[in-house]
Write a protein that binds this ligand. Structure first.
Ligand code: ADP
Length: 359
């Protein structure tokens, strides 16, 4: 059992009348990379800022490395924040930005320079130490912001949407760099993002938030395979899961979907006969059947929109609700084609009318 590096217990945060965090508890093991993810306004930045001490919580308790820091000011919490805005000093060189925290602690200039050179090696900034932030690309500025955090040897790294200002290709590269750095340093990292792909690809442990509460937490694949409710099911995975209302059949082991062709699908859990449920079908689990392929439970549909990226084809069917399908082949499909889809019963997700996964 690993040591707990960060523990948030029963955190409440009110901004005036607004209840931004509602009794949130979270334990983070040493050495893990945790992503806080959720739609804009769900409270993830507030939680991160509370951990850093930049927000005063209304009630609850925070420990970092077994020390109660609930009332400790940010500077003394020994955590390093990396922001989207980089927050670099524009009038200072890269070297001075990197070593600012050492210099204010009284470290002498030659020693600080040596530390800056070491960090530059780790973060790919060698040769740039005497430049000013305005002379750097977005990715390089982000590396300086990370280097400045690393040089302090903090107890935890806290990232607040650090890659939002970068273009898509650079974001993918920086994702890998940040994760590799985390591993090399044996760090404990908490990373806020609204991008579930970023969360899923970078983190060991993903915390999905909505409206100031934690909806579910677990490994990326736990969340993907077994979302506890319709919100998490729809939030994790891209393209998003399809949802179709359905009625459990008399055998309790199949459902009739409320689609024009009223297909019947087997499910792997017994349902109360006649109960109304919501069925979740991931686009990548819907398999196109060839015309002569037999299937006891095919969903018949008509092709609406076809979008191909070359390797992958996204198909949207006609009708309400329409279904999205992701397929690795089928490039010859066109609007109006009749198709049949198959899904294995263990891949069918079932939620009750309130959106909770059925037992
Ligand atoms: P997220 O990071 O998930 O987008 P935030 O934690 O920034 O969300 O904000 C959570 C909620 O708290 C939002 O509804 C936001 O408007 C509100 N909020 C954040 N900061 C303040 C503040 N200083 N004063 C009042 N409300 C705030």
């Amino acid at each position: 059992m690993s040591a707990i590096q960060i523990e948030l217990t029963n955190i409440d945060k009110h901004y005036g009348a607004y209840h931004a965090l509602k009794n949130v508890s979270l334990r983070i093991e040493k050495g893990t990379f945790v992503a806080l993810v959720g739609p804009s306004g769900c409270g993830k930045s507030t939680l991160l800022r509370s951990l850093a001490g930049l927000e005063t919580i209304t009630s609850g308790n925070i420990t970092i490395a077994n020390e109660d820091v609930t009332h400790v000011p940010p500077r003394k919490r020994d955590v390093a924040m990396v922001f989207q805005s980089y927050a670099l000093y524009p009038h200072m060189t890269v070297a001075d930005n990197l070593t600012y925290s050492l210099r204010i602690k009284g470290v002498k200039k030659p020693e600080a320079r040596k530390a800056a050179e070491e960090i530059a090696l780790t973060t790919g900034l060698t040769g740039l130490l005497d430049r000013y932030p305005r002379e750097l690309s977005g990715g390089q500025r982000q590396r300086v912001a990370m280097g400045r955090a690393i040089i302090r040897h903090p107890k935890a790294f806290l990232f607040d949407e650090p890659l939002s200002n970068l273009d898509a290709a650079l974001r993918v590269q920086m994702r890998k760099e940040i994760r590799a750095l985390h591993d090399r340093l044996g760090a404990t990292s908490v990373y806020v993002t609204h991008d579930q792909i970023e969360a899923m690809t970078m983190a060991d442990h993903v915390v999905v938030m909505r409206d100031g509460i934690i909806e579910q937490q677990g490994s990326p694949l736990e969340l993907y395979d077994s979302p506890v409710n319709q919100f998490v099911a729809g939030f994790i995975g891209s393209p998003a899961m399809n949802f179709v209302s359905a009625t459990a059949q008399a055998d309790g082991l199949s459902v009739k979907l409320n689609l024009p062709t009223a297909p019947v699908l087997e499910v792997s859990k017994r349902l109360a006969p006649g109960s109304e449920v919501i069925v979740g079908l991931r686009p990548e689990h819907l398999k196109l059947l060839s015309p002569d392929e037999p299937s006891a439970q095919a969903i018949a549909a008509q092709v609406g929109i076809v979008e191909s990226t070359g390797s992958t084809t996204f198909v949207t069917t006609v009708g309400e609700p329409s279904l999205t399908i992701v397929d690795q082949g089928s490039r010859r499909l066109k609007r109006g084609d009749q198709i049949r889809l198959h899904i294995a019963r263990e891949l069918v997700h079932v939620f009750d009318k309130d959106g909770h996964r059925t037992a």
